[in-house]
Design a protein around this ligand. Structure first.
Ligand code: HEC
Length: 288
């Protein structure tokens, strides 16, 4: 078991070194895609690094790592700053489109309590569909314009959908379809590839330095890092989706972020969500 951890670490180091040497995307040195084995090694790493953090608490990101921040957060949560978005989201969710249909008509179980199943690989579309994309597919199928994927009404609607799913455990599936496996691999590669002027990968900050301080922030651990989305962030002054966060983290390392609707971001979300399997939905969240 210990050996596996060492091997995994070496693999990460190797992936980092290889990609910085090539200066571009180099696939991690894995012979065969094995999401289940990745998941086990990934979660084991965090449980061993942070033996005192209760497993379900990882979804609380920086608050799971830092007592002082947690105390502040618990005070703020007396009046959660996402409450307004939640009410707005429910209203938008229930309001019929011009054709009389509603969001409920597009989703399993009328869209209630389903957040834990997103993103999923859609065999018809041949790509990963996350919740914001599914919301937009529902809109366009009903003759409505797609929404901005990063904030505003999209954040409100998905906040409401997450809220109805709180406590349900993430159950992301990577089916045995070469296209799904390729999407997973692509997301994994994005996560471990160094980029930007700072030459950091997502893993440099959220795996290797999880719980450490970076300027005013405490770095969230990568396990369960998407479970609280969408989130209200005081430094944004509003709600944001997972995509908004990906764009801002890519900008932090002074890389040029992808377009929010780039497949690579959904693949990244697919990989990271899969790594959080078994953890509870905690969205919407609030962050400093
Ligand atoms: C230079 C370090 C750095 C890198 C590299 C980085 N991030 Fe972040 N990330 C941060 C900081 C700082 C925050 C805000 C504090 C926190 O919650 O971790 C953050 C927050 C997040 C959050 C929200 C966590 C929460 O609980 O609110 C997610 C999700 C995230 N990052 C994903 C990524 C992904 C995916 C990548 C790679 C594309 C990435 N980050 C790369 C520094 C980084």
């Amino acid at each position: 078991m210990e050996l596996r951890r060492i091997l995994t670490c070496l693999l990460w180091l190797f992936a980092g070194a290889a990609s910085s040497a090539a200066g571009a995307a180099t696939p991690a040195a894995v012979a065969r895609t094995d999401p289940a084995a990745d998941l086990q090694a990934f979660q084991k790493y965090f449980h061993e690094q942070f033996p005192n953090v209760p497993p379900d608490d990882f979804v609380n990101g920086p608050y799971s790592m830092n007592k002082g921040m947690r105390a502040q957060w618990e005070q703020i949560m007396a009046f959660p700053p996402y409450d307004f978005a939640l009410a707005d989201g429910k209203k938008l969710f229930d309001t019929p489109f011009a054709n009389g249909k509603t969001y409920a008509d597009c989703f399993a179980n009328k869209g209630i309590g389903i957040r834990q199943n997103y993103p999923y690989f859609d065999p018809q579309l041949g790509q990963v569909v996350d919740l914001p994309m599914a919301v937009n597919l529902c809109r366009t199928a009903n003759g409505e314009k797609p929404l901005n994927l990063e904030k505003g009404p999209m954040a409100s609607i998905t906040a409401y959908m997450a809220y109805t799913s709180r406590g349900k455990r993430f159950d992301i599936k990577v089916p045995d379809d070469p296209r799904a496996l390729a999407a997973y691999d692509n997301g994994k590669e994005y996560f471990y590839t160094r980029r930007g002027q700072l030459n950091f990968s997502c893993a440099s900050c959220h795996v290797a330095s999880a719980g450490k301080r970076l300027r005013g922030d405490v770095l969230a651990p990568a396990m369960g890092i998407l479970a609280s989305f969408p989130i209200y962030r005081s430094d944004w002054g509003s709600m944001g989706t997972i995509l908004r966060r990906f764009v801002s983290c890519d900008s932090q390392v002074r890389a040029v972020p992808l377009k929010p609707d780039d497949k690579a971001y959904r693949n990244l979300e697919y990989f990271l969500s899969y790594m959080g399997n078994g953890l509870p939905v905690a969205g919407p969240g609030s962050r400093p």
